[in-house]
Ligand binder design. Structure first.
Ligand SMILES: N[C@@H](CCC(=O)N[C@@H](CS)C(=O)NCC(=O)O)C(=O)O
Length: 207
């Protein structure tokens, strides 16, 4: 007998093992170092009541007692507000707006390209590979200005970038030599204990 979701004692995050939006959510949770049950629902292995709680049947989905939350961005923002330390969002309103704009751009330009890499026609796949590679190369100088993306501390933007960078080789994206700062930045992210803790077994095997 499975436990009804709303009766689960703590928080549960339902994820796919290889989805990069699930990965960014697992990473935010790992950075907060909170006790949370992460459940893989690959192969349509959803608990029945999850289907009732999430009309879109998309992962990730977070269940925290009576709250069922879907959409990785909403989940990450909720986790950041419920567990404020260490903060993932800047405090100042202008800096927060800039961070949100950057998240919007990463989602629109790169995560949507990842969707095409995973499910698109061959021409779309080639275009998506090119878009991510060129985009990272253009931004390369920004990755050497601070240990994290434009910040001395790890932020929500790093949560979004890390899953993409972990998958570059898997997606066949080669960066030019001029993008070396991006690769160095990626190694700094991958070395974080929280990043290592965020990886599913299948993700670990991607590299
Ligand atoms: N905007 C949503 C999109 C989530 C999404 O597209 N999830 C995919 C996996 S990457 C999904 O669950 N697709 C339905 C399915 O595979 O059954 C988010 O950021 O969480």
């Amino acid at each position: 007998m499975t436990l009804a979701l709303s009766k689960r004692p703590g928080m549960t995050l339902f994820c796919y093992a290889l989805c990069c939006r699930c990965h960014r959510t697992r990473l935010a949770v790992a950075e907060k170092n909170i006790a949370i049950d992460v459940v893989d629902v690959d192969d349509g292995n959803y608990p029945e009541d999850l289907l009732e709680l999430n009309p879109y049947q998309m992962m990730p989905t977070l269940v925290d007692r009576e709250l069922a939350l879907y959409d990785s961005r909403l989940i990450i923002e909720y986790i950041d507000e419920r567990f404020p330390h260490p903060p993932l969002m800047p405090i100042d309103p202008v800096a927060r707006a800039k961070a949100r704009l950057m998240l919007y751009r990463i989602e629109r330009d790169w995560y949507c390209a990842v969707d095409k890499l995973e499910r698109g026609e061959p021409t779309e796949v080639a275009e998506a590979r090119q878009a991510i590679g060129d985009g990272l190369a253009v931004l390369a100088p920004m990755f050497s200005q601070a240990p994290y993306f434009m910040s001395s501390e790890f932020t929500i933007i790093d949560c979004y970038l890390a899953p993409l960078l972990w998958r570059l080789r898997h997606y066949g994206i080669k960066l030019p030599k001029s993008a070396l700062p991006v690769l160095k930045y990626a190694e700094r992210l991958f070395a974080r204990p929280a990043f290592q803790a965020s990886l599913s077994e299948q993700e670990r095997e991607l590299r």
